[in-house]
Design a protein around this ligand. Structure first.
Ligand SMILES: [Cu+2]
Length: 126
């Protein structure tokens, strides 16, 4: 192989590694910040997905998500926390607060109304 071929192969390998990381890699989990009132707060950006899409909270303490939907794509117009019986409309370009107290520990998914966009809520045992 000459130098050009080595570079081409190298770039290809890096591109494959990036794709694998992007789709299958472990995402950085975001921990909620706790206010004086003991509410676990976290801002979630909604744009083609949820950011952050892995959120860590503690069981038995109230949680407040501020969902900011930064798009009009109909996919994201609803967010559902099925395990907690919550379904809420998210108006575009607005912040929608969703408050509840996670009463069970474990890993739960939250999704858009079509179950296409997904995020993970990790509730740590109290
Ligand atoms: Cu959707």
């Amino acid at each position: 192989m000459d130098a050009t071929e080595i570079i081409v192969v190298g770039v290809g390998v890096l591109a494959i590694a990036f794709v694998l990381w992007y789709f299958f890699g472990e995402r950085e989990a975001a921990a909620a910040s706790v206010t004086d009132g003991g509410v676990q707060q976290i801002k979630v950006m909604v744009k083609g997905g949820y950011s952050p899409d892995v959120i860590v909270v503690k069981e038995g303490q109230p949680v407040r998500f501020d969902f900011f939907r930064d798009e009009t794509a109909s996919c994201s117009e609803q967010v559902i926390f099925g395990d907690f019986g919550i379904a809420r409309d998210l108006p575009a370009f607005k912040t929608t607060p969703i408050e509840f107290t996670p009463d069970k520990a474990g890993e739960f998914t939250f999704t858009c109304g079509m179950n296409m966009m997904r995020g993970k809520l990790i509730v740590e045992p109290a």
